[in-house]
Structure formats: C-alpha cells, structure tokens
Write a protein that binds this ligand. Structure first.
Ligand SMILES: NC(=O)c1ccc[n+]([C@@H]2O[C@H](COP(=O)([O-])OP(=O)(O)OC[C@H]3O[C@@H](n4cnc5c(N)ncnc54)[C@H](O)[C@@H]3O)[C@@H](O)[C@H]2O)c1
Length: 324
C-alpha cells in the first residue's frame, strides 16, 4: 500500500507516519510538507532513513506537484493545515489558502487520478461550542466560531461534496484536542512546559474554565488507521477519549509535575470568540469499528510531560529558529 501523507512534519502527522511504519512496515509513505514555521524534520529523525519513507518538500496548493505525487499513491491522508486558532484570528487568509484551497486541490487531483481512499483529518472545533451538558455527535450541525475552525469546516464540506457529487471514496475524521510528543510549543501543554523550563509564568486565558476534551496523539493515530482500513466510505467519524478538563486543571497538572506553585499562573485577557466547552461522543467509532483509547489521561499526560523534560533540546532548537 502506498500512502501520501500531507503535513507529516507537523505534530500529529509525524506521529502518524511513525505509527504506520511500525504497525504496517510493508507500507510505503511519501510525506508532502511545506515546512511552514511549525513543520519540523527533527520530528522524523528516527525514521528518515527508513527505505519505505520519502520526504517531499512542497505545498498542497501546488497543482502539478500534488498530481505527480498522487499518481504514485493508493491513499491520501491530509493532515496539512494551518492549525493555530490565535494565528487565524490575526491572519485568516493563509488558513483559507491552505485549509480550503489546499484541500480542494488534493480532492480534485485525487478525483482526476482515481485514488482508492482520501482521508481528511479534521477537528471537533467545526461543531462550535457546547453549554454545560451534551456532546458533539457526527450529526451535530457545523457551527465554527474561529477563522481556523471555519476553514476546517469548509474543507469538510468540500470532502462531503466530492463524495456526494463524484463518489470520490472519502473518509472524514474529527478529533478532540491532542496532546503528546512533538507538538509545536505554541499550543498549551508544550508552551507551558517551555515557559516553566525558563522559570517564566504561564498565561492562562480568562478564568481558565474553558473545557477541552483531550486525547493522546498516538491514540488519535490508531483511530485514523482504524478508519482508514475499516471505515465506511463517505462517512464522518468523531474521535475522542472522554477526557474533559478545564485549562486551569491542565495548568495545575503541569505545574505540579514540574515542581512549581500557582504563583506561576498569570491570567491574561480572554481569546476573542473563545469556545467555552468541547466534548465529543466517540460512540460511533467505538461501536462500529471497535477503536478505543489505549491510555488513560493520567498515563498519557505523564508520558507527555516526561517526553518534553527529556527532550529539552527539541524545544530549544525551535526557540532558536524563532529568534533567527
Ligand atoms: N492538534 C490538535 O489538537 C488537532 C486536533 C484535531 C485535528 N487536528 C488537525 O490535525 C491536522 C494536523 O494538526 P497538527 O496539530 O499536527 O498541526 P501542525 O501545525 O503541528 O502541523 C501542520 C503541518 O502541516 C504543514 N503545512 C502547513 N501548510 C502546508 C501546506 N500549504 N502544504 C503542505 N504542508 C503544509 C506544516 O509545515 C506542518 O508540518 C490539522 O489538519 C489539524 O486541523 C489537530
């Protein structure tokens, strides 16, 4: 099986490539990544010499390149995206270009060439925000609130349209917040760890009571693998581990693990349009496909914090690049 993985130098994409090469060592993977500020080939150091792995530096918006690569592949898995909500609030244009135009480009080439499967990696943020109760289901209407989630929802709608209109064999996954190794230190967990390593305070938005539903990245990768192999074409699968935590709870877990007290918390002005609560139902993927998370939150967060503490050079390299 030959896979084109886009955005494979990022956080989840690099973990997915590692997961696939371990679980299906006979599969061949081409990783197409533009190496934007968060794409990092250090995420793939341990597999760069694997004969079944190839890296191509390029953009998913490049029509000719994408066509050439898809011609030689059976399945396309699209991780490539601008992924940071704060950046989307400041500069939404690039989110539309990569997340919508780029996905359209991949879909169109996949249709013209006649790909066997196209899997779009999406997010629970497309559903908007929840009150105190309830969950996001696959049938929940899309109601994105940030330019990031709107661009991901737009891409999901295109994926749906290519199924409905052209019967392109698509799959669409929507996952909750991921945590784990190799996450760019702009996102809450690695950012806070990197701040505390410098003995600096951690900025918590608003009252810190915003709730996110957290899943360990390799459990997400296993879920995508499951959907890729066993999912019903044309369908959406929510992925989550029922681990709702407030941002303040996560902050306190990190402070505790790093031997710091609450004086390191700095409450800052809330993010514009900050969604209050995400919680995702994983009933469909667990009942229909038999996937379930392998780790509890307590196990996953310990592994994650230990990884960042044991890989401080990985964080330092990124910080040095930012300063250049
Ligand atoms: N991180 C999460 O918690 C989470 C949760 C659910 C879904 N997702 C989705 O999973 C995917 C991966 O997220 P992530 O956290 O690994 O993101 P990331 O920001 O760490 O990685 C994105 C990767 O895409 C690459 N990229 C960006 N623009 C590109 C372009 N135009 N052409 C080719 N490559 C490009 C970047 O260089 C980077 O390597 C995204 O689609 C995101 O929406 C993320």
């Amino acid at each position: 099986m030959k896979l084109l993985v886009t955005g494979g130098a990022g956080f989840i994409g690099s973990c997915f490539i590692r997961h696939i090469l371990k679980k299906h060592p006979e599969y061949k993977i081409t990783n197409l990544d533009a190496l934007t500020y968060c794409g990092n080939l250090n995420n793939l150091k341990d597999i760069e010499t694997n004969p079944n792995y190839k890296f191509v530096h390029g953009n998913i918006c490049d029509k000719n390149l994408v066509r050439d690569l898809i011609k030689d592949c059976d399945w396309v898995i699209n991780f490539a995206a601008e992924s940071h909500v704060d950046n989307s609030i400041k500069t939404p244009e690039i989110f539309i270009e990569t997340n919508i135009q780029g996905t359209l480009n991949l879909l169109q080439a996949s249709k013209e060439i006649g790909i066997d499967k196209f899997l779009q990696v999406s997010t629970d943020e497309v559903y908007g925000t929840l009150g105190k109760d309830g969950y996001f289901y696959e049938t929940t209407p899309l109601a994105p609130n940030s330019p990031y989630s709107a661009s991901k929802a737009g891409a999901d709608m295109l994926v749906r349209a290519y199924w409905e209109t052209y019967k392109l064999p698509v799959l669409n996954t929507r996952c909750s917040n991921n945590y784990g190794p190799y996450q760019y230190p702009e996102k809450l967990i690695p950012f806070f760890i990197s701040q505390l390593l410098k003995d600096e305070q951690v900025p918590v938005y608003g009252d810190g009571q915003n709730i996110r539903d957290w899943l360990y990245v390799y459990d997400h990768c296993e879920a995508i693998d499951t959907v890729l192999h066993a999912g019903n074409l044309g369908e959406v699968y929510n992925i989550g581990g029922h681990n709702e935590k407030t941002n303040l709870e996560i902050t306190k877990i990190i402070l505790d693990a790093m031997g710091k007290d609450e004086s390191y918390i700095k409450h800052v002005e809330d993010r514009l349009g900050h969604d209050r609560r995400y919680a995702i139902s994983n009933d469909k993927i667990t009942k229909e496909l038999g996937w379930k998370p392998s780790l509890t939150f307590e196990e996953g967060i310990k592994l994650t914090i230990d990884w960042y503490l044991n890989n401080q050079d990985w964080i330092k390299n990124i910080e040095q690049k930012r300063l250049k």
